[in-house]
Write a protein that binds this ligand. Structure first.
Ligand code: NAD
Length: 500
């Protein structure tokens, strides 16, 4: 066995660090390890730039975001190559995540005014002399901390929305994908050269921690649940609000009337693409007993056509983070020791960098492979008596990010009963590509939302204004108020709200 590639770890310190290709160990870039002082200086620059960027208004910002997405789109092959160099994923997958991210930049820029601009609110009968409005003002400086698995799509889901809402951003990409982060920030700075509206800081966990405590107005974190908890605890010291987009253990439900071909295809793609390193990847499947065997046979058949490798024909690449290999191996070994069967793959599917597809059945529900995030190209399939049992088992997890339902007649009903932030029906992961839909989870998958109107509002503070239009016939907020006014108010409220 050859040693796994010496990727940087969160404990490394030094002035610079190397970004290595997970496929070849080749150094593909060298980046600074930014210190606490560097991070504070970046936040200070971002604060200076915030007024200018907010002052551009919705149209000015939308225009810059439009130009940014144009640059990214025209240089897509270059960006995809950087993603491939740092993650090992196929170019086509790098393109897919970038295309979705471009859609989000476009949506955020285009819709910010409508969602965040001044809106009138009804003042109510008692306050009818008032004009009520609310507008969503920028927070100031937002710190974005990103993971490596979707180094374009994931951080841009926060960055684009934070920028569109009028904030400046200090971005700390994963130590595994600093080059992708730099590429995105450089492209932005080409179209916004005047002020440091979007800045890059690089380094390990310590650099991210400095961003959390450095005085930003909000932290948008995407990464593991464990890191999310640390970030939330650190942010509590300064009451800095946080969005936590963390891990998942997403399930697919397959009903008796489901299109089994489509469900099997979605399972295989959802479980194995990107080497299973997808927060909303398929890790568990619950199948109605009437179609279980047929479904499993289809999944097994389709899995045979899927292979990990570095060549152009391989459907997915290496495991990006070497430490994950032992987690994947432990989950498979534990599942098999406890009575599970590997119909495809198994413990030997876990190599030094590549993990071949593994399909597990008969795995006890309380085993690691069903309860913990595997983050590898494995999937467990379980037979259920009916869809009530499927819902119950799917919900029996501390996570709650995404889910998928295959059912011709009960899709919406089953989707509504799943305790996850997002569900797609009869197709895999579609919610992620719909820019108007909020993205985020519940439980150990985190809280807060990116994407859509909710994603814009995450990066703004609602400002309520009540303007008196004329003096009310009954003045309530004065010491000059008379007893008869109180009596009148008591009568009025009884008429309005006292009905049995
Ligand atoms: P990670 O938690 O190890 O690291 C994420 C980022 O946090 C990195 O930039 C890292 O440097 C930084 N960091 C580490 N310690 C820190 C600290 N103490 N303070 C501040 N920052 C710190 O996660 P990862 O391995 O990069 O990503 C994989 C995880 O991300 C998986 O669990 C996956 O499910 C999750 N993920 C979630 C979503 C989502 O939208 N919910 C999307 C993609 C990935």
């Amino acid at each position: 066995m050859t040693a796994v590639q010496p990727k940087p770890t969160a404990h490394s310190v030094g002035e610079t660090f190397d970004s290595l290709s997970p496929a070849t160990d080749e150094v593909v870039g060298t980046y600074p390890v930014h210190s606490k002082e560097d991070v504070r200086a970046a936040i200070a620059r971002a604060r200076d730039a915030a007024e200018w960027w907010a002052g551009l208004g919705y149209d000015g910002r939308a225009e810059r975001l439009r130009r940014w997405k144009g640059v990214i789109t025209r240089r897509l092959p270059q960006l995809c190559q950087v993603v491939r160099d740092e993650t090992g994923k196929p170019i086509a997958d790098a393109q897919l995540e970038s295309v979705l991210a471009i859609e989000h930049i476009a949506w955020a820029g285009k819709h910010a005014r409508k969602i965040l601009g001044k809106q009138r609110r009804a003042a109510g009968l008692m306050m009818s002399n008032q004009a009520a409005t609310v507008e969503y003002q920028p927070l100031g400086v937002v710190g974005v901390i990103g993971p490596w698995n979707y180094p374009v799509f994931t951080p841009l889901g926060s960055i684009a929305y934070a920028l569109a809402a009028g904030n400046t951003v200090v971005f700390k990409p994963s130590e595994y994908t600093p080059g992708v982060g730099k590429w995105l920030v450089d492209a932005f700075n080409e179209v916004v050269p005047e002020w440091p509206v979007l800045q890059l800081i690089t380094g390990f966990g310590e650099t991210g921690a400095s961003l959390v405590t450095g005085g930003v107005d909000k932290i948008a974190f995407t990464g593991s649940t464990g890191t999310g908890k640390k970030i939330m605890a650190a942010a509590a010291e300064t009451l800095t609000p946080v969005i936590i987009e963390a891990g998942g253990k997403d399930a697919v439900l397959v009903d008796a009337d489901a299109d089994l071909e489509a469900a099997a295809d979605a399972t295989v793609w959802g479980a194995f693409s990107n080497s299973g390193q997808t927060c909303i990847g398929v890790e568990r499947v619950y199948v109605h007993e009437r179609v279980h065997d047929e479904f499993v046979a289809k999944v097994v058949e389709k899995s045979k056509d899927v292979r990990a490798g570095s060549d152009a024909a391989a459907q997915y690449g290496p495991v990006t983070m070497p430490s994950q290999l032992s987690v994947i191996k432990r989950h498979i070994a534990d599942a098999i020791e406890r009575g599970g069967k590997a119909l495809v793959g198994g413990v030997d599917a876990v190599g030094d960098r590549y993990v071949q597809p593994t399909v597990l059945v008969d795995v006890p529900e309380d085993s690691a492979a069903v309860q913990e995030e595997t983050f590898g190209p494995t999937v467990t399939i379980a037979k259920v008596r009916d869809m009530d049992e499927a819902v119950e088992k799917a919900n029996d997890t501390k996570y709650g990010l995404g889910s998928t339902v295959f059912s011709k007649s009960r899709g919406l009903e089953l989707a509504g009963r799943l305790r996850t932030g997002m569900t797609s029906i009869n197709a895999p992961l579609s919610f992620a590509g719909i820019a108007s839909l909020p993205f985020g989870g519940v439980g150990d998958s985190g809280f807060g939302r990116i994407h859509g109107p909710e994603g814009l509002r995450e990066f703004a503070r609602p400002k309520a204004v009540a303007r008196q239009r004329f003096t009310a016939p009954i003045v309530l907020t004065s010491f000059s108020r008379k007893e008869k006014t109180d009596a009148l108010v008591a009568k009025l409220i009884t008429v309005l709200h006292g009905k049995r």
